[in-house]
Design a protein around this ligand. Structure first.
Ligand SMILES: NC(=O)c1ccc[n+]([C@@H]2O[C@H](COP(=O)([O-])OP(=O)(O)OC[C@H]3O[C@@H](n4cnc5c(N)ncnc54)[C@H](OP(=O)(O)O)[C@@H]3O)[C@@H](O)[C@H]2O)c1
Length: 289
């Protein structure tokens, strides 16, 4: 498995997104464990989660606990697996997503995430989404404190614009390891953030890199150029999407979600898919839906 860098850590160039295994429509635990084990078997060493990846109000951290159990029951050596979690979103149980970016909440949430994930520190802790009721520097300041206290090894942000990326980098004293924004063939408006991360040497983790849970399966029928390139290489359009994202900058590390082993097994094959410069250009300039 090829590797890329997040802060001081090397990770597989394709990660696994844990969200589909814990929110509405999730599979039973046995299938989720098989999916996570399939990712680990394939060489995936980055798993993305969040305390808010749960369905009901009383199961905060469902996905973190699931991932911790899956890693513990995997027979291989998981010491190089980076689990990246997030705080700052809440799910009251009615299907909605609410925000809390107050420093006290983030510091408490990080400690609760660490207790669920186990170990001595969280590998990568990401501020999930800016809270308009809290100055951004205050929220990110909580991550700086968590770094200084050793509760987290690396700090990241998510759903940030270029000015917030620069502000976070300043508040963290140059220790911003990653930015996680929505980016896919269907959603390209995070291109400025992707480019800025490449310029600054910060990892950029595209979320919903296949278009999101309900649309990922139809990627080929929604995007002709991706379907055509897929046919030319005899691979899935999803692999083409991931290979295209990887080709955009050496700092990109996509985190496709999965709730079936077959999905992540197919996605990791994007690592070996080499697109020509002409193909990348064609995919980059395809009209979006
Ligand atoms: N920071 C944020 O605000 C934020 C927001 C959303 C998501 N995320 C993160 O980003 C991750 C990925 O986003 P996402 O899960 O929303 O969307 P996604 O990765 O675009 O799509 C996920 C779906 O794609 C399907 N899939 C995966 N690989 C496939 C393949 N090779 N061929 C066909 N289908 C495939 C999976 O189906 P099966 O379920 O059938 O396996 C899965 O449900 C999440 O899991 C989460 O960790 C972060």
């Amino acid at each position: 498995m090829h590797q890329r860098t997040i802060g001081a850590r090397k990770v597989s160039v394709i990660g696994l997104g844990g969200m589909p295994m814990s929110i509405e429509g999730r599979p039973d635990e046995a299938r989720s464990i098989r999916t996570i084990h399939a990712a680990l078997d394939a060489g995936v060493t980055l798993i993305d989660t969040a305390d808010a990846y749960h369905r009901d109000a009383d199961e905060v951290g469902h996905n973190e606990s699931l991932i911790a159990r899956a890693i513990a029951s995997w027979p291989g050596d998981a010491s190089d697996v980076l689990v990246a979690t997030k705080g700052g979103h809440l799910r009251p149980g009615d299907g909605s997503w609410t925000l809390n970016g107050r420093p006290d909440h983030l510091k408490e949430a990080a400690r609760a995430s660490l207790a669920r994930l186990g170990g001595t520190a969280i590998g990568l802790y990401q501020f999930h989404r800016p809270d308009p009721d809290v100055p951004y520097a205050e929220s990110v300041g909580a991550l700086a404190e968590l770094l200084d206290e050793g509760v987290i090894e690396m700090a990241g942000i998510s759903n940030a614009d270029p000015s917030q990326i620069r502000e976070a980098q300043e508040v963290l004293g140059g220790r911003l390891a990653s930015v996680q924004n929505q980016f896919s063939p269907a959603f390209r408006s995070s291109a400025p953030e992707l480019d800025l991360c490449a310029e600054l040497g910060i990892a950029f983790l595209p979320w919903s890199p296949l278009g999101g849970i309900s649309r990922a399966g139809d990627l080929g029928s929604r995007h002709d150029a991706f379907a055509e390139v897929a046919r030319a290489h005899d691979v899935s359009p999803q692999q083409v999407a991931l290979a295209w994202e990887l080709a955009l900058a050496p700092t990109v590390v996509p985190i496709p979600g999965a709730s079936r082993p077959e999905s992540i097994e197919d996605s990791v094959k994007a690592v070996d898919l080499e697109l020509s410069a002409d193909e990348v250009e064609r995919l980059s300039t395809e009209a979006t839906d």
